[in-house]
Design a binder for this molecule. Structure first.
Ligand SMILES: Cc1cc2nc3c(=O)[nH]c(=O)nc-3n(C[C@H](O)[C@H](O)[C@H](O)COP(=O)(O)OP(=O)(O)OC[C@H]3O[C@@H](n4cnc5c(N)ncnc54)[C@H](O)[C@@H]3O)c2cc1C
Length: 537
C-alpha cells in the first residue's frame, strides 16, 4: 500500500509502526494495514476521499486509552494526537472553552483553572486522554453522579466527514456538510416521530455510552449530541467547545462500610438527595485484593465500602446512612480527605504490576445498572467470575450504578479465551435483564458492538444502521465499531494475550506492555519505534 498522493503528514506501512498501533487499553490486538498521522484538516479530508475510493477502513484514534477496541482495526489507523493541538481558549464570562481535539483533558483543565473553572466529567485517564476521544466515547468519571458525562458539556464540534468535507455543528443550514444533510433528510424525521419509542428503548440508567444517542437527538435536534459518543464511526472530530463549571471550594468525604450487599442500593438512594459530587464503591473483591496495602482498619465482614464526596459539609450524610452503615468516618480537611481517597487509588498500581501470565482483563469492565439493583449486580458479577474460573476485582461509580469489573485470568490456561467469551455473554445478559447497559462510559468499540440489538431492540439498532449509512455511506469510518460487521468474530486471535495473540515484531509487544503498566498512553506511538525505517513516503 502506498501513501495517498498529496498527504502532508506521515504514512507508515512498516511492521514496527503497524504493531505500535495494534493495541489500545483493553484486551484486543489487531494489526492495521497502515498508520497515518495527518497534519491537519486537509489531510483528513484527503484520507477520507482516498479511503472511499480504495474501499479501505479508517480507524480514528486519540491517545489509544479506550478499552473496547474502537481505537484499533484492520484498516488504516489515523492518529489524531498531533495535528489538532490548538491550545484552549477560555471565555470566562461565557463559561466555555474551545480547543483542538488532540488536547488532553488535563491541559484543558489547567487552562480553565486559571479562571476558577473546570470541565467536570473527570476520567481517571485525564492526564493523557484527548478531548476528541472523550467526546467520541461520551467519557465520564467519579463526579458524573453530580455533573453527568461529556454530552452534557459539549457545546459545539468541528469535524471532517467520511465524504472529506469539513463541518461545524453550529453551521447555518446553507453551510451544512452533505453527510449532515443526508442524515437530516433520511433519518432525523423518523427519529423525531419516534422519540417516545426511542426513549423507551434505551436503558434507564443515569449513564450510558452504548449505541448512538438517537433518543437524545430526537428531542434536542443537536448534531453535537449525536456525534458525542459516536466512537469515530460518523466523523473525525477536530475541535471542541465545552461548557465549564466553577471549581468547588471545599470538599468533604465520608467513608461508609456496609455489611450486606442488600444495603448498597438503599444506602446510595438515601445519599443521592443530599447532592453528593461522587459516590464510589469498593467491593469486597477489591478490599481483599488490596488488603496487604491498606493502612486503615476495615471490619473483616465488610461487603462494600462507599466513598462519598460532598462539595461542602458532609455531616448530614452521616445521619442518612446510619441505618445501613457498620462504620462511618467523615473527613473535612484536605489531608484527611486525601487519606480516605488513598483506598480508592490502591488497585491500579497492583493490577498493573501483575505477572505476565496473570492479567487483568477489561472485558465486562463497564456495565451500568439502575442503583436499586446494584447489590444484585455485584452478586451476579462475583458468581459469574467464579463460575468461569476467574478472580474479579470490582469497584466504581456506584452513585450512577456503574461498576468497573476487572477479571484476573491465567492467560496460559488453554481454555481461557472460551471462558472469557462465555463470561462476556453471561454478564451482558445480566446487565440487560437488570435494565442496565453494557457500557456506562467506555463505549461499545468492537467488543460490545454485537450487543446493540439485544440491548436496545431491533428497531433501535436499525435506526443506528440508517444513521451510520447517512453519515458514512461507503462505511469507511471505523466499520465494526458500535455496529458489528456481518460475520465479525472476536476470537482468541484478536486478543493481546494467550497463545493465539497476533505476533508483533521483536520488542514491540514488551514496549506496549510497558505503556499499559505505566499508563504511558500520552506517548506518541511512533516515538516508541526503535528506528524510523520503512516509511512508505
Ligand atoms: C487507566 C485508565 C483509566 C480510565 N478511566 C476512565 C474514566 O474514568 N472514564 C472514562 O470515561 N474513560 C476512562 N478510560 C477510558 C479512556 O481513557 C476514555 O475512553 C477516553 O475518552 C479515550 O480517549 P483517547 O484519546 O485515548 O481515545 P482513543 O482511545 O484513541 O479512542 C477512543 C474512541 O474514540 C474514537 N476517537 C478518538 N479520537 C477521535 C476523534 N478526534 N474523532 C473521532 N473519533 C475519535 C476512536 O475511534 C475510538 O472509538 C480509562 C482508560 C485508562 C487506560
Amino acid at each position: 500500500m502506498h501513501a495517498p498522493p498529496g498527504l502532508r503528514g506521515e504514512f507508515r506501512t512498516d511492521d514496527v509502526a503497524r504493531a505500535l498501533y495494534a493495541e489500545g487499553a483493553g484486551i484486543l490486538r489487531i494489526v492495521p494495514q497502515a498508520v497515518a498521522v495527518p497534519s491537519g484538516v486537509d489531510d483528513l479530508a484527503l484520507l477520507a476521499r482516498w479511503a472511499a475510493g480504495a474501499g479501505l477502513a479508517l480507524v480514528p484514534r486519540g491517545a489509544g486509552s479506550g478499552m473496547p477496541g474502537g481505537n484499533i482495526g484492520t484498516g488504516v489507523v489515523v492518529d489524531l494526537t498531533q495535528a489538532f493541538r490548538d491550545a484552549p481558549v477560555v471565555d470566562a464570562a461565557a463559561g466555555t472553552a474551545r480547543c483542538g481535539a488532540s488536547v488532553t483533558y488535563q491541559a484543558l483543565n489547567a487552562a480553565a483553572a486559571a479562571y476558577g473553572l473546570h470541565l467536570p466529567p473527570d476520567p481517571s485517564s485525564g492526564a493523557f486522554c484527548t478531548l476528541g476521544g472523550m467526546v467520541a466515547t461520551n467519557a465520564a468519571g467519579s463526579h458524573s453522579v453530580k455533573y453527568g458525562a461529556m454530552r452534557r458539556w459539549v457545546r459545539q464540534l468541528e469535524f471532517v466527514t467520511a465524504d472529506g468535507e469539513a463541518g461545524r455543528t453550529d453551521a447555518p443550514a446553507e453551510g451544512r456538510t452533505a453527510a449532515e444533510q443526508r442524515f437530516l433528510r433520511d433519518v432525523a424525521p423518523t427519529l423525531r416521530e419516534r422519540a417516545a419509542d426511542l426513549a423507551a428503548a434505551v436503558p434507564h440508567t443515569t449513564k450510558n455510552s452504548a449505541g448512538y444517542a438517537l433518543d437524545v437527538y430526537a428531542t434536542s435536534g443537536r448534531t453535537a449530541d449525536l456525534l458525542t459518543g459516536s466512537e469515530g464511526t460518523l466523523a473525525f472530530i477536530t475541535a471542541v467547545e465545552v461548557a465549564l463549571a466553577p471549581l468547588p471550594e471545599d470538599r468533604s468525604t465520608l467513608l461508609v462500610t456496609l455489611r450486606s450487599l442488600d444495603d448498597v442500593g438503599p444506602a446510595i438512594l438515601a445519599l443521592r438527595p443530599l447532592g453528593p459530587s461522587a459516590v464510589e464503591l469498593l467491593d469486597r473483591t477489591y478490599l481483599d485484593f488490596v488488603r496487604g496495602a491498606v493502612q486503615r482498619h476495615i471490619p473483616a465482614d465488610t461487603e462494600a465500602v462507599l466513598l462519598v464526596e460532598f462539595e461542602g459539609d458532609g455531616q448530614r450524610a452521616v445521619a442518612a446512612v446510619r441505618h445501613f452503615a457498620e462504620t462511618t468516618e467523615l473527613a473535612d480537611d484536605v489531608a484527611s480527605v486525601s487519606r480516605l481517597w488513598e483506598l480508592r487509588h490502591l488497585a491500579s498500581p497492583i493490577l498493573a504490576s501483575l505477572p505476565n501470565n496473570l492479567r487483568s482483563l477489561q472485558l465486562i469492565e463497564d456495565g451500568c445498572v439502575p442503583v436499586p439493583v446494584l447489590g444484585r449486580y455485584i452478586r451476579a458479577l462475583r458468581d459469574s467470575a467464579a463460575a468461569h474460573g476467574f478472580e474479579i476485582v470490582i469497584f466504581g461509580h456506584a452513585g450512577d450504578g456503574h461498576l468497573h469489573a476487572n477479571l484476573l485470568a491465567d492467560v496460559s490456561a488453554p481454555d481461557f479465551a472460551t471462558r472469557l467469551t462465555s463470561c462476556l455473554e453471561t454478564v451482558t445478559g445480566v446487565q440487560l435483564s437488570l435494565g442496565g447497559t453494557p457500557s456506562g462510559e467506555h463505549g461499545d468499540g468492537r467488543l460490545r458492538a454485537p450487543f446493540l440489538a439485544p440491548a436496545f431492540g431491533a428497531d433501535f439498532a436499525e435506526l443506528c444502521r440508517r444513521t451510520k449509512v447517512a453519515w458514512d455511506p461507503a462505511m469507511i469510518l471505523n466499520p465494526g465499531v458500535k455496529l458489528a460487521a456481518p460475520g465479525a468474530k472476536l476470537g482468541p486471535e484478536t486478543l493481546k494475550v494467550g497463545a493465539l495473540a497476533p505476533v508483533l515484531p521483536d520488542g514491540i509487544g514488551a514496549r506496549l506492555r510497558d505503556v499499559e503498566r505505566a499508563a504511558g498512553w500520552g506517548l506518541f506511538k511512533l516515538s516508541l519505534a526503535p528506528s524510523p525505517s520503512g516509511s512508505a513516503r
